[in-house]
Design a protein around this ligand. Structure first.
Ligand SMILES: [Zn+2]
Length: 484
């Protein structure tokens, strides 16, 4: 069945497939949603767990004595509804998203279905789970274009293989960070569609317990050349979480080869792209080490350029000195400056100082006296070029740090270490951008570090992660960064 509709300018008649109304959502899809929703576990700001049916506190075995239901975290904990606030059933509301592919004649539709859950009912004085399901969006999928049949908008886009980015001229689709569970019972229908090479149906088991970003299903499964290979080799978390971060060079290809001695380790531990880079560096099947290195991979790749690093020793040094995740940049920075100042990089007391912070501050102050004027000049020059990446929307603005002084001011306001990136920034090894509120442009909100067109760090005050709203803005901006 098809429906004829006028386009927005009423000049042409559009020929779109008919989509489900809210009432027409098939029973099996409703059952899937109900089942997924019943597995939700709610957690408050104190990380107490609650039954999502009656909001009763769960015991240590995740058992609800009220409903006599035993809950379980799924492997990825994607059934956890995390609230930053206490659970209050009168004002408590959350949404779940679900994705469904459907074939209508030969037209492929991708549904985004929204479930709204609330617990307050005027007539009842205890929490009662109420769930309302509706069609949020429905995309008619063409090879190089998506048509949202719910609002009759067409989105043409281009997948850029080199950067793994989606060039979406309207910036509408990629602004939507939809994440949800995919209905997997009918995935075989994709065999006859543009998705025939994606082999999505092979990942059914993985997809059953994992929420996925819609962009992976809509774009990456369709366009990313390595996607099929990853799916065929059951490297699902790479395919669905991280494929755009994967540097698919010859070395990586050999690591991901089934006959490679590391293959089973990669698959069983579900390494992400950063952890794979870490494995490439150290070639050790030690998951704690790989997680540590993977978390710090961008700093490490620079670190190995400064001096020869024994990764196991480095890990031990961090662990024994209780150095947190952010200390890696401080450490990198310290070593880099120490080398510039001509210290002996083979000396263990230089390589692993007893007090990293003190050692870092000492070399920084020595260094400032010598190099500052030169750095400032280079930053001013570079920031002019980086203005192509300036971004402005209604409320916020993102722009390149214009001078050394601006970096110093930023790090004073943010209490972070950005000042010490000045040298890297001045040499265009990294790029520093500020996100600010247009109404209060002098006040720092988020400091962003970009490398090779990708955001590698975004930090609010005291090195904290920015709010969800700002993170979304930055993630969207990231997709349009021009690499300079
Ligand atoms: Zn219950």
């Amino acid at each position: 069945m098809r429906q004829l509709k006028f386009s927005q300018d009423f000049k042409t008649i559009l020929d779109y497939p008919k989509i489900w109304t809210k009432e027409e959502i098939p029973d099996e899809v409703r059952a899937f949603i109900k089942n997924k929703s019943a597995q939700n576990i709610i957690s408050d700001e104190k990380e107490n767990y609650y039954c999502s049916k009656c909001l009763h506190v769960l015991d240590e075995n995740l058992f609800c004595p009220n409903c006599e239901i035993k809950y379980e975290f799924n492997k990825y904990k994607d059934n956890l509804i995390y609230l930053g606030v206490p659970v209050d059933f009168e004002n408590f509301y959350y949404e779940n998203l679900y994705f469904v592919y459907d074939l209508n004649d030969n037209d492929l539709i991708f549904y985004v279905i929204k479930e709204e859950v609330s617990y307050y009912h005027e007539l009842i004085y205890f929490p009662l789970k109420m769930s309302d399901v509706s069609i949020l969006r429905a995309f008619y999928i063409k090879k190089d274009k998506l048509i949202d049949v719910t609002n009759h908008k067409e989105y043409t886009y281009e997948y850029l293989k080199k950067t793994r980015k989606v060039e979406d001229l309207d910036f509408v689709l990629i602004n939507d960070y939809y994440q949800g569970f995919l209905y997997t019972a009918n995935l075989e229908l994709l065999k006859k569609t543009v998705y025939k090479y994606s082999k999505l149906w092979l990942a059914q088991k993985y997809l059953e317990e994992k929420t996925i970003l819609a962009s992976f299903l809509l774009y990456y499964a369709l366009w990313e050349p390595s996607f099929e290979y990853l799916i065929n080799n059951e490297l699902y978390s790479l395919a669905f979480d991280d494929v755009y971060n994967l540097e698919y060079d010859d070395k990586m290809k050999s690591l991901l080869n089934k006959s490679c001695e590391y293959f089973n380790f990669i698959k069983n531990e579900e390494l992400n792209a950063r952890e794979l880079e870490a494995l490439k560096l150290c070639l050790k099947c030690d998951i704690d080490l790989i997680k540590f290195l993977g978390h710090n991979i961008y700093a490490l790749e620079d670190l190995v350029n400064i001096t020869k690093i024994n990764f196991a020793k480095l890990y031990k040094y961090f662990k024994e000195n209780n150095l947190g995740d952010d200390a890696m940049y401080e450490y990198y920075d310290y070593l880099k400056i120490a080398k510039r100042l001509g210290y002996n990089m083979k000396d263990k007391t230089i390589l692993y100082p007893l007090n990293l912070k003190e050692a870092h501050d000492k070399v920084t102050s020595d260094y400032k006296k010598v190099y500052m004027p030169k750095i400032d000049k280079n930053i001013k020059k570079l920031s002019q070029k980086l203005k192509v990446n300036k971004y402005e929307e209604e409320k916020y603005i993102i722009y390149p740090a214009p001078s050394l002084n601006s970096l110093v001011e930023e790090s004073k306001m943010q209490c972070n270490c950005v000042r010490t990136y000045a040298d890297d920034y001045s040499q265009n090894n990294c790029q520093i951008y500020f996100l600010r509120d247009k109404k209060n442009i002098k006040k720092s909100l988020v400091t962003i570090e970009v490398r090779k067109g990708k955001v590698v760090q975004m930090r609010s005050k005291y090195n904290e992660m920015p709010s969800r709203e700002l993170t979304t803005i930055i993630k969207n901006w990231e997709k349009r960064i021009v690499i300079i």
